[in-house]
Design a protein around this ligand. Structure first.
Ligand SMILES: *Cc1c(COP(=O)(O)O)cnc(C)c1O
Length: 395
């Protein structure tokens, strides 16, 4: 057990990351064990009844209670400065659970246009079937957000920074707009992680994660999480997890627990490499524009400085030579991984127009600023000199 009943809010994120969440068992282990058990045994019929009714706390069945998953949930809640966290089988499962828990037929959602493609499809193709309508607005246009809100709007949904143009939304301003109209603000915090940005402290009501990205950090497991107030989780989200069952496995929770331990130090290194690479790219003749909030040329550089404690590990840039030069640059790399995944210790490179955003029409794509010459790099932890050398031949 814990030496003392520690209030993790008193500690810095690096300390929360390595210490919180572990309730030592009678075996006195130093590292959090994987509880590979689907169910739990009760002392008596009466105890079983009390557990099921919720009158007594404790494990019941691993669809909704598992000590390794609970440790992960406690740790991420502490790091996001939230009251409670629930883990899910993927980032999309976490977003689906939010929708299932919060929405009913006739409700309305306002979402940023620049969110993960499957999030758009979830709203547009699936929740629309159940009578939930969604309007999509420009991430950085706060008057468009407010204008899109109806009396039946339940929540606003956004990612900041966005993918792949790394635009920044003012979380505090949008939280105020949401609350003025009795809506919730949900922030997908995948790009920054709590190491660089804490949306709940800026007024957001709910943070959602794909733990597949930086929280794992090594490209091994798929997972997701939701962090919010005790009340929102207990009344609206947990009942759906318990019944719907998109549960995180204890093995994956164990991998993500160790990912969290090094998150702050990795994010710092990702940011340093990304900054150096962005500055280097900005000086290249074949690069028309670099999108990175750490550069003073970025439209929301000042907002990023206020809202985030680092500028993140993802950059995108436009080549003057269009799609042909973009593909050539990608194909000439020897070290970098050609994959759409991000948040890995290994640098990844992708051409959004023909991969992650290829399902959009050309008109929609150009409206979203995703030109044929745009390349996105999720900067890893290799030595930045080697990353530059790998890109040089294609530039
Ligand atoms: C990957 C990703 C998701 C979806 O997460 P999965 O774990 O792949 O289901 C959601 N939002 C963002 C910003 C992502 O990058």
């Amino acid at each position: 057990m814990d030496k003392k009943n520690i209030d993790w809010n008193q500690y810095a994120i690096e300390t929360q990351a390595v210490r919180s969440g572990h309730h030592r068992t009678r075996e006195d282990e130093h590292s959090i064990p994987i509880f590979a058990t689907s169910s739990y045994v009760f002392d008596s019929a009466e105890q079983a009844a009390l557990r099921f009714s919720g009158e007594s706390a404790g494990n019941i069945y691993s669809r909704f209670t598992n000590p390794t998953v609970s440790a992960f949930q406690e740790r991420l809640a502490a790091m996001e400065a939230g009251e409670r966290c629930l883990a899910f089988s993927s980032g999309m499962a976490a977003i689906m659970a939010l929708c299932m828990g919060l929405l009913k037929a006739g409700d309305h959602v306002v979402s940023s246009r620049s969110v993960f493609g499957n999030t758009v499809l979830l709203f547009q193709n699936f929740f629309a079937k159940f009578g939930v309508t969604t309007d999509f607005v420009d991430l950085t246009d706060s008057s468009a957000w407010e204008a899109a809100i109806n009396p039946n709007t339940r929540f606003l949904f956004l990612e900041t920074p966005s993918n792949p143009l790394i635009e920044i939304a003012d979380i505090r301003e949008l939280a105020d707009i949401a609350h003025k109209h009795d809506c919730l603000l949900i922030v997908d915090n995948v790009f920054c992680t709590p190491a660089l940005q804490k949306p709940l402290q800026l007024g957001a009501d709910i943070v959602v994660h794909s733990t597949t990205k930086y929280i794992d950090g090594h490209g091994r497991c798929v997972g997701g999480a939701v962090v919010a107030s005790d009340e929102l989780i207990e009344k609206q989200i947990y009942p759906f997890l318990r019944t719907g069952g998109a549960t995180m496995s204890p093995f994956n929770a164990w991998v993500f627990l160790s990912g969290l331990e090094t998150l702050a130090i990795r994010m710092k290194a990702h940011c340093e490499n990304a900054m150096a690479l962005a500055q280097w790219l900005e000086d290249k003749a074949s690069v028309a524009k670099v999108h990175y909030p750490g550069l003073s040329s970025h439209a929301q550089h000042e907002l990023a400085k206020q809202q985030q404690t680092g500028f993140g590990g993802v950059i995108s840039f436009e080549l003057t030579g269009g799609r042909q030069q973009a593909w050539q640059l990608i194909d000439k790399t020897r070290l970098l991984s050609i994959t759409a995944n991000l948040g890995d210790v290994k640098t990844t490179i992708t051409h959004p127009a023909t991969t992650t955003h290829s399902r959009l029409s050309e008109q929609e794509r150009l409206k979203a600023g995703i030109t044929d010459g745009l390349v996105r790099i999720s900067v890893g932890l290799e030595n930045v000199k080697d990353i530059k050398n790998d890109l040089e031949p294609g530039l």
